[in-house]
Design a protein around this ligand. Structure first.
Ligand SMILES: [Zn+2]
Length: 322
């Protein structure tokens, strides 16, 4: 399949950080493939790449940038599969977009000046749910809301040798209990993570006096996110509202895959930005192998699963564009 060779071609460019030379090169190559598929190519003010036939209002696509040391499929699959679909559906009024700098924003999709009438994004799951379910494809119902903040624990810094255990006020011991509490607070599809600790004075022979703990909390809907924040007991400094997939793109994917698992995406995507802007949006996940390894060169999906995903995307767009 041409698509598989193209995925390798983009991967061979190495890291493609948003707005880097390597991302530019990926966009140049993709623009050539868009033209081969019979699309008219334009670049908008944010340097998103848009290939269209006849001012098409139904778009598919994703991003070509990567994290440092990223995998082959994240973003790239959605763009190149879109080009493949445009090639197959030569009469369809279809648009294929490669958004800029998804991993460091998303910057490109947020800066879109013209919104499509409908959007479908194919993306690798970046998690183990479909692999564990033994299912190649999943229909995304929404993208989880996120809240982030920090909690500070104050104790008293003391000599690690001379301060008896009974009279210590160890900030890291308080923080350790909190880390377990965060873990226990996440239920029913919600997830919560302490990923960073700052210990002061951070010396092997000093009882920790002050610890700052990061909290990342995510939940499928706003009510659950509120409950999770309250259960953890922290003040979010940053919050991103959950968004639901909806409208014809979501319904079409659901009709094509009535028995496929329904998933909430814990990761953000360009589709989230478009859905939040009011564009009817659907998202199709293809199974991640290797336990869902993501943002890693070990990211993997099988050629068969990709073929299946492209067939479903083709049928979905054939219906949406007609
Ligand atoms: Zn991505």
């Amino acid at each position: 399949m041409k698509l598989l060779e193209r995925i390798e071609r983009i991967f061979a460019l190495g890291d493609r950080i948003g707005y880097s030379e390597q991302e530019d090169e990926a966009h140049r190559i993709a623009a050539g493939w868009m033209r081969e598929a019979g699309l008219e190519v334009e670049v908008d003010a944010a340097r998103n790449l848009i290939g269209r036939r006849d001012d098409a209002g139904v778009w598919t696509g994703s991003h070509l940038d990567s994290v440092p040391g990223g995998g082959r499929y994240d973003g790239v699959l959605g763009v190149l599969a879109g080009i493949e679909v445009a090639d197959r559906l030569r009469d369809a009024r279809i648009g294929v977009v490669a958004f800029r700098a998804e991993e460091t924003g998303p910057m490109g999709s947020r800066a879109l000046t013209e919104l499509p009438q409908a959007f479908v994004e194919l993306h690798i799951e970046q998690g183990p749910v479909l692999e564990r379910a033994g299912e190649p494809l999943g229909v995304v119902t929404g993208i989880a809301g996120q809240a982030r903040g920090t909690v500070v624990f104050e104790g008293r810094a003391d000599h690690a040798g001379t301060t008896p255990m009974a009279i210590r006020d160890d900030a890291l011991v308080q923080a350790a209990r909190f880390v377990l509490h965060v873990r226990e607070s996440a239920r029913e599809g919600a997830v919560a993570t302490v990923g960073a600790l700052s210990v002061e004075p951070n010396a092997a022979n000093v009882v920790p006096g002050r610890v700052t703990v990061s909290v990342d909390a995510r939940a499928p809907n706003a009510q659950q996110l509120d409950q999770l924040i309250a259960a953890i007991g922290f003040e979010p400094k940053w919050r991103l509202e959950p968004v639901a997939m909806s409208g014809a793109p979501f319904e079409t994917l659901g009709a094509l895959l009535p028995d496929a698992p329904r998933l909430v995406s814990g990761a953000g995507h360009d589709a989230m930005v478009l859905a939040a802007a009011g564009v009817p949006t659907g998202m199709l996940f293809v199974r991640s192998l290797n336990g869902g390894a993501s943002h890693s060169p070990d990211e993997l999906t099988s050629d068969e699963d990709i073929a299946l995903a492209v067939d479903v995307l083709t049928e979905a767009l054939a219906r949406l564009c007609s």
